[in-house]
Design a binder for this molecule. Structure first.
Ligand code: NDP
Length: 244
């Protein structure tokens, strides 16, 4: 068990695979109390069962629907009396050059990667303000720091997550609420499967052969959470050693 993690009530969006699932596994081992959200309820339930969380810990959630994100956070408060940490992790990366005009993909990235984070903040903040305690962890990316051709909209959403997080940090200081941006590089997950253009998906899968395990991300979450309350890890940027 790790101090700063044991008994913390943690809500994780996008917990049905990849980084969210890895964080859930890692924090459960350290004694956190978890409530997991994503659309694929079967996968959430299987994970909740594997981690002995109880069926109530799996909440079917589409983060593009603010009332569903509110229900996810409310479930944590009902079950455990409070929410200590929200990890706004759900996201997708259907990249393509702008000239291909994949407007549906742009809409989905904006809705999930940006609005989903805002809805998580909106749902958790009143509870955290009332208790003058909390930690909001938002998942950005190396793509939140730089843009490359073919990844413009994804990079825009991840830049937005960083801007939202920094504005939030300044606004919630008086309430003793910590904010952390996590900006990973290539980590082995199902993320490339969200790419809808076959040629780009193929190139991305090739690039992801150099990805690092999702456990690397889980360790960064644990590091940020386990600091003393007066220490706010504002951002962690990390990537595979061999990545540009
Ligand atoms: P995965 O595809 O493995 O996981 C994405 C998660 O997001 C799934 O659990 C999925 O669940 C969930 N999700 C997608 N859409 C929605 C929605 N509308 N409502 C609720 N949940 C949703 O990818 P990762 O684990 O890699 O991605 C997690 C985050 O990490 C994303 O924000 C991504 O941008 C970021 N990231 C990932 C990197 C990487 O290399 N893996 C690098 C940098 C950042 P479900 O489909 O069941 O709803």
């Amino acid at each position: 068990m790790t101090q700063g993690i044991e008994n913390k009530v943690v809500v994780i969006t996008g917990a049905s695979s990849g980084l969210g699932e890895a964080v859930a596994r890692h924090l459960a081992q350290q004694g956190a109390k978890l409530v997991l959200g994503a659309r694929r309820l079967d996968r959430l339930r299987t994970l909740a069962q594997a981690l002995s969380l109880g069926e109530d810990a799996a909440v079917q959630t589409d983060v593009t629907r603010h009332e569903q994100v509110q229900r996810l956070v409310d479930r944590a408060v009902q079950a455990h009396g409070r929410i200590d940490v929200i990890i706004n992790n759900a996201g997708l990366m259907p990249q393509s050059p702008l000239e291909r005009g994949k407007i549906d993909d742009w809409d989905r990235m904006i809705d999930v990667n940006i609005k989903g984070v805002l809805y998580g903040i909106a749902a958790a903040l009143p509870h955290m303000k009332a208790r003058k305690s909390g930690h909001i962890i938002n998942v950005s990316s190396v793509a939140g720091h730089k843009v490359r051709a073919g990844g413009t909209v994804y990079a825009a959403t991840k830049h937005a997550v960083r801007v939202i997080s920094e504005g939030l940090r300044q606004e919630v200081k008086p309430y003793n609420i910590r904010t952390t941006i996590l900006s990973p590089g290539m980590v082995a997950t199902e993320l490339p499967d969200s790419i809808t253009e076959p040629d780009i998906a193929q190139a991305m899968r090739k690039a992801y052969e150099g990805a690092i395990p999702a456990e690397s991300f889980a360790r960064t979450v644990a590091f940020a959470m386990s600091q003393p309350n007066e220490v706010d890890i504002n951002e962690i940027l990390f990537r595979p050693t061999a990545q540009d």
